[in-house]
Design a protein around this ligand. Structure first.
Ligand code: IPE
Ligand code: MG
Length: 239
């Protein structure tokens, strides 16, 4: 969700006003994802690198996150959306952790749509945490290093109970992943748009999803292998 700051600066407003509008934009996108039958939507809300921003901006972002959680819980309950997080959330301010706990607790039984917030998330930290986690399992005899494969390792990532992303959307014209789901995005389709996040509405989201449906996903195979050929006529046998 990139471009909040530029959206505000372009209008002569403080950056935080862009974040406010960016947060307001989230509800419509989550509802649109639900309407489209998209079961998992992950929002990259705060990266490990974002701590380097000025304290005033970090505080404002944390306040917005806190208010978002408090104001959106009723909509999430109404729409039966389960909230999850990825990232080192234990390092977030207490009030945010408390608000998160509340929403996660109250929505954990929903299985139709899942909203994942990436908070204090970084893919490199995630890999390190997974290695530590897995090493502990080996040391305690619960895992055997000789049997380590991708699916075992993936089971130690923050996303252990989530599928890999099919589509990654980045707004604001930047064409990089910025430490987001680096391992899980191995075969994700990428959609980059110059539109700034506060202007990225359900119409733009649907365009990104339409782009996704036009892609041929080969996962290393040839086009012939993955294209399901429907015969135009019954094959003629025994001639
Ligand atoms: C994205 O908008 C929001 C967060 C990272 C929290 P930015 O704040 O990165 O907006 P720009 O890139 O400065 O326009
Ligand atoms: Mg940015």
């Amino acid at each position: 969700m990139d471009g909040n700051g530029r959206w505000a600066v372009n209008r002569g407003l403080p950056r935080i006003e862009g974040h406010r509008r960016g947060v307001q934009n989230v509800r419509g996108i989550v509802e649109c994802a639900g309407d489209l039958g998209i079961q998992y939507l992950t929002l990259y809300a705060f990266s490990v690198e974002n701590w380097q921003r000025p304290d005033t901006e970090i505080n404002a972002l944390m306040n917005l996150l806190n208010r978002f959680l408090k104001s959106e819980i009723s909509t999430l309950l109404k729409n039966q959306v389960c909230l999850k997080t990825i990232g080192r959330t234990d390092r977030l301010p207490e009030k945010v952790r408390h608000a998160l706990h509340e929403v996660i607790d109250q929505t954990s039984h929903f299985s139709g749509q899942t909203l994942v917030l990436a908070l204090n998330y970084g893919a490199r930290d995630e890999a390190i945490d997974a290695v530590k986690n897995y090493t502990e399992a080996v040391q305690s005899g619960q895992a055997n290093l000789d049997e380590l494969d991708w699916s075992t390792f993936a089971g130690h990532l923050y996303t252990a109970d989530l599928p890999d992303p099919d589509l990654i959307i980045r707004t604001s014209g930047e064409t990089r992943l910025s430490n987001f789901l680096l391992l899980q995005s191995a075969y994700a389709e990428m959609f980059f748009t110059p539109i700034l996040w506060p202007d990225f509405g359900p119409g733009e989201f649907r365009e990104a999803v339409d782009f996704y449906w036009k892609r041929e996903r080969r996962f290393g195979k040839t086009g012939d292998q993955v294209q399901r050929k429907t015969p135009t006529s019954e094959p003629v046998l025994n001639q």
